[in-house]
Design a binder for this molecule. Structure first.
Ligand code: PLP
Length: 462
């Protein structure tokens, strides 16, 4: 199928985009003299722009397109559902698609995470988890517990509550004051661990977990409601948990009666070779938040999976969780999620990730011979490549250099070379890869070759 638009169609779209569309987290001024990148079609692991140029989707859109693009059976499941019942709310009513999906997710989830509260997005899922924690503790007679602990640099969403949990000062500052109660602890970035634990990853993990305990004690142990952690932290560049970290965090949460929320908006649905990231690292959360991969982006959906015990106080008398959103658990999105999970099963996508993740890692690790590559880290189909000015000292780039390197060169150059990935400097500068779970060696090679060429060129420009 040809996707190329005519010259006139391209010009018209550009004009409308520049006049009327507002892109997210985007400096709109950068499009004053440049085209807005417009993607018009996807097929498998690739997407195509208006001119018909092909790109390897190395980020699965935005950590979303697990099964890849152009799956007609999933699109048709959504169309069939829209024809049968396009919409009905989950406020006092149910519909079969939400019921069936809740049942399926509960069966897949670890332990007794048996209750599903749907949302429309990841931020809404995180927001819902905090609200549930607050109302739950009020309901069981612990009204002072409202604070939430999360790691610095971690991204947990953009709505006001989720933003208060997010650990990126730069995207919070314009919106201060945010809801009270967000507490930060250090990150689990072993590459930049404090000197006294820099040579022992286990000791580093124990120290990082104990920082959570110290924060609970500092804040007042009766005031903390929950700890929000991603299984493998995205922002900052793919930090896997150090050995023993989650076991110790679980113990600490149990000791102080604090809920452990596993924010799996990215890490669920195969990204780490399991349906849930907490399974990969062997810990039992009290709540899992999810979104993105649950539908592979064929329709929007998010939600939280909740332990039976957290639902219990809401099962009696007049107790009601006072929270809801109109499009949560949309019938089309639930039908699409079911079809998406069918593809996972039919094609054993978890098996594909587990079988190929070693090859993916080994292919990316070839880039270690480049002077600009400091660290290659991650798990499953989720990797970060940290860029450094000096490999031996691990010296990073200053703000100006990072600006020139990432925004001035790498983002455009990688896109022009046909690879969609993320060049990010919210922590230290990193390139992130999170491709569709259908990728195999040929795609890993393509990523490595493009990155090698572009990063080599970047080094000559520093
Ligand atoms: C860990 C995590 N939590 C929450 C969110 C927010 O999700 P959404 O953009 O769907 O609101 C994201 C988004 O990337 C995320 O990575």
């Amino acid at each position: 199928m040809s996707t190329a638009y005519s010259k006139d169609e391209i010009a018209a779209l550009q004009e409308k985009a520049k006049r009327h569309l507002w892109l997210h987290f985007t400096r709109m001024s950068s499009y004053a003299d440049n085209d807005v990148p417009v993607i018009v079609r996807g097929e498998g692991q690739y997407v195509y722009d208006q001119r018909g140029k092909r790109y390897l989707d190395g980020l699965a859109g935005l950590f979303v397109s697990q099964i890849g693009h152009g799956r007609t059976e999933v699109a048709e499941a959504g169309a069939r559902q829209a024809a049968e019942l396009a919409y009905f709310p989950l406020w006092s009513y149910a519909h079969p698609q939400a019921i069936e999906l809740a049942d399926r997710l509960a069966a897949m989830a670890p332990g007794d995470l048996n209750r599903v509260f749907f949302t429309g997005s990841g931020s809404e899922a995180v927001e819902s988890a905090w609200k549930l924690a607050k109302q739950y503790f009020k309901t069981i007679g612990q009204p002072n517990r409202y604070k939430v602990i999360s790691r610095s640099i971690a991204y947990h969403g953009t709505s006001m509550g989720a933003l208060a949990i997010t650990g990126l000062p730069g995207i919070k500052e314009p919106f201060e004051p945010l809801p009270a109660g967000g507490v930060r602890v250090p990150n689990t970035n072993f590459y930049r661990a404090p000197e006294f634990v820099a040579h022992d990853e286990t000791a580093f993990g124990i120290w990082a977990a104990d920082e959570i305990e110290r924060a609970i004690l500092r804040e007042g142990e009766d005031s903390v409601a929950a700890v929000f952690l991603e299984p493998l932290q995205n922002s900052g560049g793919c930090f896997p948990p150090p050995p023993g970290y989650f076991r110790r965090v679980r113990d600490i949460c149990d000791r102080y009666g604090v809920l452990l929320v596993s924010d799996e908006v990215i890490c669920a649905f195969g990204r780490l070779g399991h349906y849930f990231g907490s399974e990969r690292y062997g810990y039992q959360p009290d709540i899992i938040t999810f979104a993105k991969g649950v539908t592979s982006g064929y329709a929007p959906l998010g939600g939280m999976l909740v332990r039976d015990a957290l639902m219990e106080p809401f099962t009696e008398g007049q107790a009601t969780f006072l929270h809801g959103v109109t499009f949560a658990g949309h019938p089309v999105s639930c039908a699409v999620a079911m079809a998406n999970l069918d593809v996972f099963e039919k094609e054993d996508l978890l098996g594909n990730v587990r079988a190929n993740e070693g090859a993916f890692r080994a292919t990316l690790e070839k880039l270690n011979d480049l002077p600009i590559v400091g660290d290659v880290r991650g798990d499953g189909y989720f990797y970060g490549i940290e860029l450094v000015k000096d490999k031996t000292s691990r010296e990073t780039f200053d703000d100006d250099e990072s600006e020139r390197l990432l925004r001035g060169f790498l983002s455009h150059a990688l896109f022009d070379a046909g690879l969609i990935c993320r060049a990010d400097d919210r922590g230290d500068p990193v390139i992130q890869l999170s491709p569709p779970l259908t990728c195999t060696q040929e795609h890993f090679d393509e990523m490595e070759q493009i990155l090698r060429a572009v990063l080599s060129e970047a080094w000559t420009r520093i």
